[in-house]
Design a protein around this ligand. Structure first.
Ligand code: DOR
Ligand code: ZN
Length: 345
């Protein structure tokens, strides 16, 4: 008997598409399975204004193959100079779906991010008023704080104070990697949600470091101990509506991953849905895959779920490319270290 699972077409609530040749190379990998995605604004230079977001959306749509349907949901990169009026206008005009906060220096292309959180207070208050969500990269950048503790310290030092100071602000804690992140989201009200990546459900820090350094498993926030991976898996497969998929699929060409100072990012767009089906099946939660990938995200963002359906079919182990070739160079596809049996049609 063939096992199949039909679910609403999923969305990706955290995606890096880049620009130019890389955008052309990676966009079909996401558009094949996902109806919509929240597009990260950390280009060089970053997408800061409504006009820049509108122009970037046009470049994404121009790069989309004619036979594919995909809606990019744009974000603005929050800086200390961001103008609340520009943000409100971009929201009213339907150009942006969220604003992204990067603490300055936390990750790839975050140099223009926020150092002094008091300087963005006006923007955050306006966002709370107009109902525009804030997506947060939750890591402190204090050099004194160990990289494996940076998320947990951020929650106490920065995140909780910002949320308390801005009641009504809808916030997504992006790509949570710790049990502390899971607990914090569970303890909060419905104005807080969290995305979980595919790769953080698979790898722990041993996978990056034991038996030789594995640059394709290096991302930020970096994967933590096994107990944290298990907490994330429990949260993702629990059916709790506050947790939803944001792949953080983040392409870098191999030459820059396999490097003395390798870039952070796992490229999972190609096999994400097959990996997630495997994870949810292993955890006895296949009936909750649709919630995590296609229902909880739209509910948080106040958008309707997709009407289209996709069918996943279980069969012999899938083959998928080890790398995708882009005009910018080859990009290695995330290796989940297990056979994948669920094909997406
Ligand atoms: O691993 C990551 N890669 N984490 C981020 O926060 C940024 C992303 C990127 O842009 O490459
Ligand atoms: Zn990201």
């Amino acid at each position: 008997m063939t096992e199949t699972l039909t679910i609403r077409r999923p969305d990706d609530w955290h995606l890096h598409l880049r620009d130019g040749a890389m955008l052309h190379g990676v966009l079909p990998e996401s558009a094949r399975h996902f109806a919509r995605a929240i597009i990260m604004p950390n280009l060089v230079p970053p997408v800061v204004t409504g006009a820049e977001a509108a122009a970037y959306r046009e470049r994404i749509l121009a790069a989309l193959p004619a036979d594919m349907a995909f809606t990019p949901l744009m974000t603005l990169y929050l800086t200390e100079e961001t103008d609340p009026d520009d943000v409100a206008r971009a929201h009213a005009d339907g150009i942006v779906t969220a604003v992204k906060l990067y603490p300055a220096g936390a990750t790839t292309n975050s140099a223009s991010g926020v150092r002094d959180f008091d300087k963005v207070r006006g923007v955050l208050e306006r966002m709370a008023e107009i109902g525009l969500p804030l997506c947060v990269h939750g890591e402190v950048t204090d050099p004194e704080v160990d990289i494996f503790d940076r998320e947990a310290v951020f929650i106490d030092r920065v995140f909780d104070p910002i949320r308390r100071a801005t009641p009504g602000l809808r916030v997504v804690m992006e790509h949570i990697t710790t049990a502390q992140g899971v607990d914090y989201v569970r303890s909060a009200d419905s104005d807080l949600g969290a995305t979980i990546t595919t790769h953080h459900l698979i790898i722990n820090r041993n996978d990056i470091l034991v038996g030789g350094i594995k640059p394709h498993y290096y991302c930020l926030p970096v994967a933590k101990r096994e107990e944290h991976r298990l907490a994330l898996r429990q949260a993702a497969t629990s059916g709790d509506v506050r947790f939803f998929l944001g792949t953080d699929s983040a392409p870098h060409v191999d030459a820059l991953k396999e490097h003395a100072c390798g870039c952070a990012g796992c490229f999972t767009a190609t096999n994400t849905m097959s990996i997630l089906a495997e994870v949810f099946e292993q955890d006895g939660a296949l009936d909750r895959l649709e919630g995590f990938t296609a229902l909880h995200g739209p509910a948080f963002y106040g958008l309707p779920p997709n009407e289209a359906r996709v069918t996943l079919t279980k069969g012999p182990p899938l083959t998928y490319p080890e790398k995708i070739e882009t005009g910018a160079g080859p990009v290695t596809v995330f290796d989940p270290m297990m056979p994948l049996h669920w094909r997406v049609d």
